[in-house]
Design a protein around this ligand. Structure first.
Ligand code: 5AD
Ligand code: SF4
Length: 438
């Protein structure tokens, strides 16, 4: 009988894609995926270290696996991802969670099948962490979550060192894949039925594939691929958003008119302390340029509330920026201290109750703008890439518009994976309702 596996993924889309690659490698070895972790012979937990609550959930999950390991000593527990690139995490696992069998990091995922073999054959703990990136390993298989859309890494790591962020320490320095490798991968995906790709990187617009290919050049080249319908990317850093990239939105018909542009704060003083390298005004100018060049572009962002030293005035600058930009949606985060980052040492940490109060005010504002913007969609025809059926009602399909709005509508299963015109009947805060055009 073949062995079974289950992957739990915390964190961002880079982690999601790493999990797809791990699943692809195990499938190639003849392992079978299972829906429930309790049914798996091999359980993998892919961790995130961006905020503290992900850490807590990880250790909670590890605790739950102790009993399973006791019942079945052949059960294999693997942990990987960003948290493993921090020595204090490895030390804690070794000391307090001895039932973990395999530990590896973000830079050596390709070694995963070998580590699983070793653990199964030698029945001994496998710990393999690489401190930094090295050569990019190409050609790893991936088991996609969706048939019609795929995540494609174009670069790894980050050189920005925002003072709150752990990523430069866990994902290492920036390394870009060669454009030929990316194009080859996308062509293969398209011949496998993929219509939409999401280009991934911590900071995609600092991509440099070779002397002739920056991020905008890569977009122009991908736009030429026959059969590919949509191109998206995330995440961009405002400091690297060039006029050339804005022009690519105008010229590349496959590039979706949507951008995720994390601002983090609306206060220039706080942005400086965050080492973001732009001011509130510079960000607003950039947004104005984008909106003028790409009419109707939808925008989302990330905002941190309660960064050390954030005053009520600073926070009001954030509210003001949100009112001016009018984001379609936004991810909001309570500042969370990360060990080893410069901001860990900053005095003037903001009190929890103040953070929460500001957080709620910000979310209320963002949601009211989202609802207003979505209401304007009523009556419009939107082209939707249908991703799947709802779990509770198989007639309800959902998919995304070019601008990344989630649309629910009634249809038939054969529409899944296709681009369909849908008439929007109602705009809600987080999604749109629609019906098929008669
Ligand atoms: N605390 C809170 N939010 C953070 N982020 C990154 N580091 C922290 C932190 N220490 C947020 C940023 C980033 C998103 C992925 O996570 O907004 O854009
Ligand atoms: Fe973290 Fe800043 Fe790099 Fe984004 S750009 S990964 S927030 S250091």
């Amino acid at each position: 009988m073949s062995k079974t596996f289950h992957i739990t993924t915390f964190g961002c889309q880079m982690n999601e894609h790493d999990s797809e690659v791990m699943a692809g490698m195990l499938l190639e070895k003849g392992f079978e995926p299972v829906k429930e972790r309790r049914d798996a012979d091999v359980a993998i937990i892919n961790t995130c270290s961006v905020r503290e609550n992900a850490d807590k959930r990880f250790f909670g999950t590890l605790g739950q696996l102790k009993r399973r390991k006791k019942e079945n000593p052949d059960f294999i527990v693997c942990v990987c991802g960003c948290m493993m690139q921090q020595q204090h995490v490895i030390d804690t696992i070794k000391a307090k969670y001895p039932w973990v069998d395999i530990i590896f990091g973000t830079h050596n995922i390709h070694q995963f099948p070998e580590l699983v073999d070793n653990a199964l054959n030698e029945k001994k703990k496998q710990v393999e962490i690489w401190p930094d990136g090295g050569e990019i390993v190409e050609g790893l298989p991936a088991k996609r979550l969706f048939d019609c859309k795929a995540l494609v890494n174009i670069m790894f790591g980050c050189n920005n060192f925002c003072t709150y962020c752990i990523v430069p320490y866990t994902r290492g320095r920036e390394r870009s894949r060669r454009p030929e490798e990316i194009i080859k991968e996308v062509r293969n995906l398209v011949s496998d039925g993929v219509k939409e790709i999401m280009l991934l990187g911590q900071n995609v617009n600092s991509y440099r594939g070779d002397e002739k290919t920056d991020f905008a050049d890569l977009l122009y080249r991908l736009n030429e691929i026959d059969g590919l319908e949509r191109i998206r990317f995330m995440t961009s850093h405002p400091k690297d958003l060039s006029d050339k990239l804005i022009q690519a939105f105008v010229d590349c018909d496959k590039l979706c008119k949507n951008i995720h542009l994390p601002v983090q704060s609306g206060s220039s003083r706080i942005l400086k302390r965050m080492n973001r390298k732009y001011t509130k005004d510079a960000y607003l100018e950039l947004v104005a340029k984008l909106k003028a060049a790409v009419p109707g572009i939808t925008m989302s962002t990330d905002i941190i509330v309660g960064f050390p030293g954030e005053t009520e005035e600073d926070f009001e600058e954030t509210l003001d920026l949100v009112r001016k930009v009018r984001y379609d949606s936004a991810f909001t985060f309570l500042y969370s201290i990360r060990k080893g980052t410069p901001a860990e040492k900053y005095e003037e940490q903001v009190a929890e109750d103040v953070k929460h109060e500001r957080f709620n005010r910000l979310v209320d504002l963002i949601n009211s703008i989202s609802a207003e913007k979505n209401a304007q969609y009523t009556g419009r025809i939107e082209r939707v890439l249908v991703e799947g059926a709802s779990k509770t009602n198989s007639k309800t399909l959902s998919g995304r518009t070019d601008g990344f709005k989630l649309v629910n509508f009634e249809g038939t299963k054969d529409m899944i994976g296709n681009l369909i015109d849908v008439e929007i009947t109602e705009g809600k805060t987080f999604s749109l309702e629609g019906r098929l055009r008669k």
